[in-house]
Design a protein around this ligand. Structure first.
Ligand SMILES: NC(=O)c1ccc[n+]([C@@H]2O[C@H](COP(=O)([O-])OP(=O)(O)OC[C@H]3O[C@@H](n4cnc5c(N)ncnc54)[C@H](OP(=O)(O)O)[C@@H]3O)[C@@H](O)[C@H]2O)c1
Length: 240
């Protein structure tokens, strides 16, 4: 069974990222918890260390990964960054609304950040047993796309799923006990989902704490043979 003593959460300021940190604080009081975000309002203290960094700065990512692993190899990396809308830039309802800027922005956040984290953190992960997980979205599934729309978000999450799968194949050769997975956290109340949740039945929207618990349940049950998979919040597998 995995022992989680050295934990990294990227996107620690987000609704799900911060709820996951809180859950780790409550359940893993002995663990070192490293929280990474582009801006960190909270000071470090106790078993929590905060890092503020530009997540596209590979030199900084590398230095941070190295420094986090100095006292112990990393047991868990959860990447909880992501974007759906920003500054009036909303998901596309039709082809006419696509812009290069929107596509590039969503790919750089949703696809590039998680795979850069995989590149720089996996070399420092625990060879005995560890796990790398990134939050994706069910709408990134090509076979599940029945409604259309949301071009940039869907495509950036499909790309993320492919990057995770490709990384899993490579990492399996050297880190046999480190599954690389993607997790759909469900529909969760957060800044990201806020404009779209109003028409939903509230019973279908998780609070961040419930979602963090689901994410944790998947992480702790994941086996090395699961590497490359995309899981939904309830543990079911999502087809690419
Ligand atoms: N909420 C949902 O219903 C839902 C559903 C399916 C999938 N997901 C996925 O779950 C993940 C977390 O979502 P959430 O609901 O917790 O969203 P959230 O509360 O909006 O948090 C998003 C996180 O991403 C970070 N981020 C955004 N743009 C960034 C950038 N350019 N550089 C660095 N960090 C950036 C934010 O940092 P700042 O705090 O600095 O902005 C924040 O830490 C995302 O990948 C999302 O796609 C969410």
């Amino acid at each position: 069974m995995n022992v989680f003593k050295n934990i990294v959460i990227v996107g620690s300021t987000g609704a799900i990222g911060s709820a996951f940190i809180q859950l780790m604080r409550e359940t893993h009081s002995e663990a070192m918890i490293h929280c990474i975000a582009r801006s960190n309002p909270n000071p470090s203290g106790g078993n929590i260390t905060n890092y503020t960094l530009d997540l596209y700065d590979e030199e900084l990512l590398e230095k941070t990964a190295q420094s986090i692993s100095e006292s112990a190899p990393i047991d868990l990396v959860l990447v909880a960054t992501g974007i759906l809308h920003e500054d009036g830039m909303m998901p596309e309802k039709s082809l006419k609304e696509i812009t290069a800027d929107k596509l590039i922005k969503l790919f750089t956040v949703n696809s590039v950040i998680p795979i850069l984290c995989a590149k720089h953190f996996t070399p420092y992960m625990n060879k005995e047993s560890s796990i790398f997980a990134a939050l994706t979205a069910r709408v990134g599934s090509i076979s599940d796309n029945k409604l259309g729309g949301w071009y940039s978000y869907r495509a950036s999450k499909s790309a993320l799923n492919m990057l995770i799968k490709t990384c899993a194949i490579e990492i399996q050769r050297t880190l046999k006990n480190t599954p690389i997975i993607a997790i759909h956290p469900g529909t969760v109340s957060s800044k990201l989902s806020e404009p779209f949740n109003q028409h939903l039945d509230p019973s279908h929207v998780f609070d961040p704490q419930t979602s963090a618990q689901h994410v944790w349940d998947i992480i702790r049950k994941t086996q090395p043979s699961d590497t490359g998979k995309v899981f939904a919040w309830d543990g079911s597998e999502i087809n690419p």
